[in-house]
Design a protein around this ligand. Structure first.
Ligand code: ADE
Ligand code: ZN
Length: 320
């Protein structure tokens, strides 16, 4: 499974931070965040609100562009070992300089340089999708969108929103999506994870994204599933994340196979792999065991992911 060529569209940079990396950085900075780790060394959290808190505590040790450079290299190394050829990483100005544009430029410079280094040494191509955090509120989301629009280019190719989907309504965050669209960025939005079909419909109406992060709960409304298939809205599915967070009891109850059968365009990602004790190889192995997915299916999914990728056409062609 590690050998299969993979394309991953949904990965949060801080959420991909290896626990040993965060622990090491905390020790260097004499910060005590031991409460976020389990006895076996991985991250410890109990439900989604607590996961968000632990995520933020882990992120609190990342304080400089140099920290983010090291983090991106560590994450690139793991993704390359997992067989990823192309990946889009969710980057949040909220964590990189607090949403302030000048600081964001410094962080972004360090991360883009690390991505170039990873491409040269590991053969993995990475792009950045600026991601607002919904529970930080509309004003912070507006700042994140401005950071995205001001730095749109080769590396930053998209804008999206994650965090707690139950906070406020999509219309409260429309300004950021309009601003990012005008800057030529691709658009994606977390929806249909903590809210049902109505959350997806509201998000599509307010933001018109070409992709949805998760979107799994569309399965609760088959007319919506048909609409997603017809409009070719791509779902960035993260089955292991959904299972770890308790949306479904096991992979056999996850709607991934049914969404596929119903013609929805989709791909498979890990979201925050160490938090959910997963990797793409593990995701693929679970899909193989549960639904008999074989190599041609995985290849088709990788191509669908590339079709939905926000990078420039030349990069896409080179990966294909
Ligand atoms: N940020 C990181 N992981 C997330 C998830 N699964 N849902 C919403 N926001 C997130
Ligand atoms: Zn996510």
């Amino acid at each position: 499974m590690r050998r299969l060529a993979k394309v991953e569209l949904h990965l949060h940079l801080e959420g991909a931070a290896p626990p040993a990396f965060i622990r090491g950085l905390a020790a260097e900075k004499h910060m005590d965040i031991s409460g976020i780790f389990a006895a076996e060394g991985g991250y410890a959290w109990k439900d989604f609100p607590h996961f968000l808190k632990v995520y933020e505590a882990a992120s609190s040790v990342l304080r400089t562009p140099a920290d983010y450079r090291r983090l991106l290299l560590a994450v690139a190394e793991e993704r390359a070992a997992d067989g990823v050829l192309y990946g889009e990483i969710f980057l949040s100005p909220d964590f990189c300089g607090g949403g302030e544009l000048a600081a964001w430029r410094d962080y972004l410079g360090a991360m883009a340089e690390a991505a170039r280094e990873a491409e040269a040494t590991l053969g993995i191509t990475l792009r950045g999708v600026v991601t607002a955090v919904r529970h930080f509120g509309p004003e912070q989301a507006r700042r994140a969108a401005l950071c995205a629009a001001e730095t749109a280019g080769d590396f930053i190719c998209g804008f999206g929103i994650g965090g707690d989907e139950t906070v406020l309504s999509p219309a409260d965050f429309s300004w950021g999506f309009d601003c990012a669209r005008e800057a030529g960025l691709g658009l994606t939005a977390h929806a249909g994870e903590w809210r049902g079909p109505e959350g997806i419909r509201d998000s599509l109406a307010a933001w018109a994204p070409s992709r949805l992060g998760h979107g799994v709960r569309a399965i609760e409304d088959l007319a919506l599933v048909d609409l997603l298939a017809e409009r070719e809205i791509h779902l960035e599915l993260c089955p292991g994340s959904n299972l770890a967070l308790g949306l479904y009891p096991d992979i056999r109850h996850h709607p991934v196979a049914e969404l596929e059968r119903r013609g929805v365009k989709l791909s498979i990602s890990t979201d925050d792999p160490p938090f959910f004790r997963t990797s793409l190889a593990k995701e693929f192995a679970a899909l193989h065991r549960a639904f008999d997915w074989e190599e041609p299916q995985f290849r088709r999914i990788a191509l669908q992911a590339l079709d939905a990728a926000f990078c420039d056409p030349d990069t896409r062609k080179r990966i294909t």
